[in-house]
Design a protein around this ligand. Structure first.
Ligand SMILES: C[S@@+](CC[C@H](N)C(=O)[O-])C[C@H]1O[C@@H](n2cnc3c(N)ncnc32)[C@H](O)[C@@H]1O
Ligand code: SF4
Length: 447
């Protein structure tokens, strides 16, 4: 049975491998984008805004601090240009998007006219399903702007998401979270007043020195706030700045909770959230609406063992998945702007293609807590000894139509994902984990 928690949470699969000079492998991308697909897969459009006003100490994302309307105006123009470049390509032009996600960073820090420009551009360039889910992420201070919220409402953005992280003021100060709990109240009030009924917050546990009592304080405050859904992440420590780590070593900042405390808190959250009326609809995702949002469903292949759903990525350091290949745009905003200006798609990293594409559905099985038996090819892509061990350890059990994760299985999702990787991907995961361990403080763009 597993004893150590695998420290990385995977959001993308197959993994990106190697660095390329941005734009240098246009050939492979052209082949993908110029292939007419008779029946395009379900699709997510992801728009990335890599800017924040401040840098929270724990954050591993490729965030830039920019103040100044010029920077945002230039970046918005590049996003619109990239959308136009993509929209012309046969593989993109034919598809209808089921969901659009504005992520970051903090998209809410864009000036309102720039957000309007982006929404106009999305509708001009792409076909959206009539019931498409449009989500907008932000940080509480800027997302509370009624003018922005009204614009989003008018353009049928129905889902809002922001980072709350914790109600514990000591932790908030420690991590230099600049938005206050008053800002959290304000954004919630304004959004509800304007008729938003799908408000998500990000919470974090496994905070330095945290125990069940402190966790319970956060859960009690969440009960009062009554959000529609909560993403409850365990804090990853690899992006922490050197100074922060040193303070943990000297005891000035309390240590990371051990694996036993992690497990106790993980179980406690699932039990307590159920009592508060939330269903655990996916790994770390709790919802009062009873289902996982379209954004996560599509990002992770489609759900229940499906691997086909695709993501079209727009923006500097945005990640996508098309025709069996994951890719990432360059994280250098200037390079991004220049390439897009020259009409070149700004892709900087690619993955290899999987020998068995169904393996993507298997790897994302722990995210959805289940795999449908109709996806037998995905199940078969998991090494037989791993599948057998999962049964022996009580991590999975069978129902007439599905294999489900048990409550114990739900505690080991990151280990299970890694064990479902095919051999080449497992090797790639080892290489990137090694790099992380050798270079603490590195910002990988994901956690
Ligand atoms: C891209 S951020 C967007 C939220 C928004 N910028 C804000 O902070 O209000 C997504 C979420 O990732 C989570 N996150 C950031 N750093 C993390 C870490 N080191 N470990 C676990 N979760 C983390 C936080 O909960 C954060 O809200
Ligand atoms: S947690 Fe959110 S606000 Fe803080 S640095 Fe990361 S993306 Fe920006």
């Amino acid at each position: 049975m597993y004893s150590d928690l695998h420290p990385v949470t995977y959001y993308f699969y197959p993994l990106l491998q190697g660095d390329y000079a941005p734009g240098s492998h246009q050939g492979l991308l052209d082949a993908i984008l110029d292939t007419e697909v008779p029946k395009p897969a379900e699709s997510l459009l992801y728009i990335h805004i890599p800017y924040c006003h401040d840098l929270c100490q724990f954050c591993p994302f490729h965030i830039k601090i920019a103040n100044g309307e010029d920077v945002y105006a230039r970046y918005t123009d590049s996003l619109c240009k990239e959308m136009e470049l993509l929209a012309r390509r046969p593989a993109i032009a034919q598809r209808t998007f089921s969901a659009v996600y504005f992520g970051g960073g903090s998209p809410s820090i864009l000036p309102v006219p720039q957000v309007r420009k982006l929404l106009e551009s999305i509708h001009r360039c792409f076909k959206l399903a009539p019931d498409a889910e449009l989500s907008f992420e932000g940080e509480p201070r800027t997302l509370s702007n009624p003018e922005l919220l009204e614009l989003l409402k008018a353009w049928k953005v129905s889902r809002l998401s922001f980072g709350l992280q914790t109600y514990d003021e000591v932790q908030r100060q420690r991590f230099r979270i600049v938005a206050t709990l008053k800002d959290v109240e304000r954004v919630t009030e304004n959004a509800r007043r304007l008729g938003f009924h799908d408000i998500n917050v990000d919470m974090m546990y496994d905070l330095p020195g945290q125990n069940i009592t402190r966790l319970n304080d956060d859960l009690a405050a969440l009960r009062a706030a009554d959000f529609d859904s909560v993403d409850y992440y365990n804090l990853h420590y690899y992006a922490f700045p050197k100074k922060f780590r040193a303070a943990m070593d000297t005891g000035e900042i309390p240590p990371k909770p051990g694996v036993d405390m992690h497990m106790a808190m993980n179980e406690h959250i699932r039990w307590r959230m159920r009592e508060l009326g939330y269903n655990a609809v996916a790994d770390q995702v709790f919802s009062k609406h009873g289902k996982v949002c379209e954004y996560f469903r599509l990002l992770w292949g489609g759900g229940d063992g499906d691997h086909a759903a695709e993501t079209v990525a727009v923006g500097s350091s945005a990640r996508g998945y098309l025709q069996g290949v994951s890719y990432m745009n360059t994280g250098e905003v200037n390079t991004y702007t220049n390439l897009v200006g020259q009409g070149v798609l700004p892709v900087a990293k690619l993955s290899g293609a999987l020998a068995r594409p169904e393996n993507r559905g298997a790897v994302f099985m722990p995210k959805f807590f289940r795999i449908a038996k109709r996806h037998q090819a995905a199940i078969d892509s998991i090494p037989a000894d791993v599948w057998q061990a999962w049964q022996e350890w009580g991590l999975i059990y069978e129902t007439p139509d599905t294999w489900e994760l048990s409550e114990t299985g739900k505690q080991w999702t990151t280990n299970m994902m890694l064990d479902a990787f095919d051999a080449t991907q497992r090797q790639a995961a080892g290489v990137s984990l090694n790099a992380l361990e050798k270079k603490p403080g590195v910002r990988t763009g994901t956690f």
